[in-house]
Design a protein around this ligand. Sequence first.
Ligand code: UDP
Length: 396
Amino acid sequence: MMRLSDYAPFMRKDEVEEIKEMASSLGGYEIVHINATRYGGGIVEMLSSLVPLLSSLGLKVRWEVIEGDDRFFEITKMIHNSLQGDRELQFTEDMRSHYLEVNRWNLMRLKQGDFTFVHDPQPLPIIEGRRDGAWIWRCHIDPSNANPSVLNFLTRFIEKYDALIFSLEDYAFPLRKAYIVHPAIDPLSEKNKMLGPSEILRVLEKYDVDSDRPIIGQVSRYDPWKDPLGVIHVYKTVKERIKDAQLVMVGSSASDDPESSRWYKLVSREVEELEDAHLLTDLPDLEVNAIQRSYYVALQLSTREGFGLTVTEALWKGVPVIARPSGGIKLQVLDNVTGYLIRDLEDAAAKVIHLIRRPWLSRIMGYNGKEHTRKNFLITRLLRDHLRIIGELSDS
Ligand code: UDP
C-alpha cells in the first residue's frame, strides 16, 4: 500500500506537511465512499488510490459498493445517458420505483460515516436513509445538457445533500454548495508507473503488435459516447497515407454498464475488417500502461466526457492527445500545446498524420503534457482537495 512519503518526488515539501496536518486534524472522523462498481471506469481508478492513501494518513475510510440486478443497472445507465444529454429516455413510473427500491435495499446493508461521499447517479437516492453526518454528492459526469425531466426527478435527492462536487465549473448547478475538484491520476499505480522498454516490448509482442511501426489508439470503455467508431474512421484515413500505421484500441466493460457488450460486438466486427488493427479487452493495468506508452499519438474522441482520465494518463506518459473538445478534455488538451482539439474526424486524421510525421513536435507536446499533468492532475492534489472539503464541512 502506498504512503504519502512515496509521493515525495512529485510534491513540494510544504505540500506534504500541509496534507499531514490537515489529515491529523480530521483523524477521528469516519469517511465513507459509495459507488456502483469496483471494476472499470474513472471513479474506480481514483478511489483505488484515494482510499488507501487516506487510510495511510490515519483516517478511517470505507469504500462501499451498492448492489443491484440487471434491470437496475439498465435503468441507471439510461439515467447516466440522459444526464449527458440523451433526450430519448422515457423514464416510466415503473423504472423510477425500481431505481428507488434497489437503493432502499442497499441502504439497509450499508453503514454510514461522519462524511459520506456518494458517487454519480446510481446510489444518489441513498441519502433518503441519512441518519447523521455530512453527505456529499460527487457528480463525475457532465450534466450541463441534462434531460430536464430526469434532472427534475433527481433534484429531490440532490437537494438533500450538504454539498456537491463537480469536475468542472461549467457543470455546477446552483442547488447547493458546490465544490469544483478536477479528477486526478496516481503516478505510482500499475496504470501509470514508469515502465522499462523491455516491459513495453513484452506487452506489444504478447498482442502481436509490431514495435517498429507507428501505433495509435484509444483506451476507453465500450460506450457510444466515447465514439469508438470515430476512432476506426480516423485510422482508416490515416492508413491510406501512412501505410505502416497500426491501431491498438483498448476497451473494457464496467460491471455497472450493460450497454458495453453490445458495443464491444459492434466495434470488434469493424476492427476485424481492418489491416494492422487490434482490439484488446480487459487488460491488466500494467498492460494498459505499456500500450499507452507505445502510442505515437493517443486519440480521445468522446462526444461527452466528464473529465477523461484516459487523457490524463496519456499526457502523463508524454504522449500527445488528439481529442474532441468535450467536457474536461478541454482543461487537459491545450490546443497546439499538449495535443490538438479537433473539429471533426477528418481534422483528427490530419492531425494524427501531422504528428506521426513530426516526431520533434510530438516530443515537445509530450513534454508539455507531462508537465501540465504534474502541476494539475496528480492524486496528491486530489487528496488535498478532499481533505480541504472535509475540513470545511466539519467547521460548518
Ligand atoms: N480503462 C482501463 N481499461 C480499459 C478502458 C478504460 O483500465 O480497457 C480505465 C482508463 O485507463 C481510465 C478509466 O478506465 O483510468 C476511464 O476513466 P475515464 O475518466 O477516461 O472515463 P469513464 O470510464 O469514467 O467514463
